[in-house]
Design a binder for this molecule. Structure first.
Ligand SMILES: *[C@@H]1O[C@H](CO)[C@@H](O)[C@H](O)[C@H]1NC(C)=O
Ligand SMILES: *[C@@H]1O[C@H](CO)[C@@H](O)[C@H](O)[C@H]1NC(C)=O
Length: 150
């Protein structure tokens, strides 16, 4: 057991290097701002195939952003500043034909902030689930799967 400690430390350092380095590069090149001063944007995109409509209902504790039916390719977008107590939380209910998803789209999480490029959290509904754009890797990550029914 004791002999595995240096190995754990090495793994930790490697993990920080691998995960932390891209973040650091982004932070130094992309004008880092405290989350409270950043004007955040959340975008919900209809990336479904076959011209399928996407039903969107997003909320925070203070705001109901209303219901929206997005036609293919369209998006629903809003902006806000995080409150100073880091309690800003937005969540959405999405529905496509025979399935739905219910998930958080913005919360206080530095890893999320990096993925959102300190600017925009872009959630795209596709046929197999909901993807979050990762601005660090310049890719999309499957975060939520559809659940059957409404
Ligand atoms: C969106 O579509 C659903 C049915 O798919 C309908 O019940 C609802 O009224 C529509 N809402 C708007 C805002 O058009
Ligand atoms: C959202 O829609 C606007 C206006 O149609 C467009 O300019 C923007 O690129 C769209 N965003 C995404 C992520 O598709």
């Amino acid at each position: 057991m004791r002999s595995s400690k240096p190995l754990n430390l090495l793994l930790l350092v490697l993990t920080i290097l691998v995960i932390g380095l891209p973040c650091f590069i982004v932070a130094t090149t992309k004008e880092w701002m405290p989350p409270e001063l950043t004007k955040w944007r959340v975008e919900i995109v209809n990336g479904l195939r076959n011209n399928a409509a996407l039903f969107v209902h997003c909320k925070s504790k203070e705001n109901d952003l209303g219901i929206h039916n997005l036609t293919a390719g369209r998006n629903f977008t809003w902006s806000f500043r995080e409150n100073f107590f880091h309690r800003t939380l937005f969540w959405c209910y999405l529905r496509k034909g025979d399935a739905h998803a219910n998930f958080n789209v913005f919360w206080h999480d530095v890893l999320l902030f990096y993925k959102c490029g300190w600017k925009s959290c872009v959630w795209t509904a596709k046929d197999d689930g909901i993807y979050l754009k990762d601005f660090i890797k310049d890719s999309e990550e499957l975060c939520e799967k559809w659940k059957p029914g409404s």
